[in-house]
Ligand binder design. Structure first.
Ligand code: COA
Length: 233
C-alpha cells in the first residue's frame, strides 16, 4: 500500500513539473486533439485524460522509449512497460518506434513488438497485434506508414510494410506488404484499392484544431519539440 502511495505521489509530482513546460502542454493538447478527431464519443478533455488507456499507454511508451536508448536503462524500461501493460492492457515494447498523433481506441489486448515502426497519424483499435514471425534478433515486426488505420482484432505479422493511407480491416491477418492507399481485409488479407481512393473522396476526419500554447501560436501540427508527457504520468 505504501508503495502505491509513493508511486502515486511521484507521478503527481512529475505531472505538476511536466505541466510547467510549454512543450509538454503542447504535446498533451495535440494528444487530446487527436482523441477528439478520432473518437466522436470524446467530448471532454478531462474525461479523455482520465479514461483513455490508449493515451496512458502512449504517454508511458514515449518515456520508456527514451530509457530504451540507453543500455543501462533497458531493463527498467522493459519492466516498467510490463507494469504499463498491467494497468492499460496495452503491451508496447519500449524499442518500438512510434510517430506523432498515434491513437489506440478502446485500448485493450494490443501488442506492439520491439522492431515495429509506426508513422504519424496512425490509429489502432483494440486487440491489434503488430507481431513477429521469427525468433531471430533482426527486424521482425511490421512497418506501418503514415495515416494508417488498423481495425479491431487485426494481426499484422512479420517485417511487412503497410503503405501510407491504407486501412487494415477488422480481424484481418496481414502477412504480406500492403501498398499505399489500399484496404486489406480477410485471412490471409486480400488487398484492394481503398474505398476513398476509388471514389476520390476526401478523408472524413475533422481538421486539427489551431491552438495557442504559451507564447507561440501553432497551426495544425508544427514541428515542436516532442517532450514526453510520460515523465509525469
Ligand atoms: C476495411 C475497412 C477499413 C473499410 O475499407 P474500405 O476500403 O472502405 O472498404 P469497403 O467498405 O469498400 O469494403 C471493401 C470490401 O471489403 C469487405 N470488408 C470490409 N471490411 C471487412 C472486414 N473487416 N473483413 C472482411 N471483409 C471486409 C466489404 O464487405 C467489401 O466487400 P465487397 O467488395 O465484396 O462488397 C473497414 O471495413 C474496417 O474493417 N474498419 C475497421 C473498423 C473497426 O475495427 N472498428 C472497430 C470500432 S470499435
Amino acid at each position: 500500500m505504501k508503495t502505491i502511495w509513493t508511486m502515486a505521489a511521484a507521478a503527481a509530482g512529475a505531472a505538476a513539473y511536466g505541466l510547467t513546460r510549454p512543450s509538454v502542454r503542447a504535446t498533451l493538447r495535440e494528444d487530446l486533439d487527436t482523441v477528439r478527431r478520432r473518437d466522436p464519443a470524446a467530448t471532454n478533455g478531462l474525461v479523455s485524460i482520465v479514461s483513455y488507456p490508449g493515451l496512458h499507454a502512449i504517454w508511458a511508451h514515449r518515456g520508456l522509449h527514451k530509457l530504451w536508448q540507453n543500455d543501462s536503462t533497458k531493463v527498467p524500461a522493459r519492466l516498467l512497460s510490463q507494469a504499463v501493460r498491467t494497468l492499460t492492457g496495452v503491451e508496447i515494447h519500449p524499442g518500438a518506434q512510434i510517430g506523432k498523433r498515434f491513437f489506440i481506441d478502446h485500448a485493450n489486448g494490443v501488442v506492439i513488438g520491439e522492431t515495429a515502426e509506426i508513422g504519424d497519424d496512425v490509429m489502432l483499435y483494440h486487440q491489434v497485434t503488430l507481431g513477429g514471425t521469427s525468433m531471430a534478433q533482426t527486424k521482425r515486426h511490421p512497418t506501418i506508414g503514415n495515416n494508417v488505420l488498423v481495425g479491431s482484432g487485426a494481426k499484422i505479422l512479420g517485417p511487412v510494410v503497410v503503405g501510407d493511407n491504407s486501412a487494415i480491416g477488422a480481424n484481418a491477418v496481414v502477412v504480406k506488404d500492403v501498398p499505399a492507399d489500399s484496404s486489406a481485409v480477410g485471412i490471409p488479407a486480400k488487398v484492394r484499392p481503398k474505398k476513398a481512393a476509388r471514389v476520390g473522396a476526401e478523408s472524413e476526419l475533422p481538421e486539427p484544431l489551431t491552438r495557442t500554447v504559451g507564447a507561440p501560436t501553432y497551426t495544425k501540427y508544427p514541428e515542436f519539440e516532442l517532450v514526453d508527457p510520460a515523465i509525469w504520468i
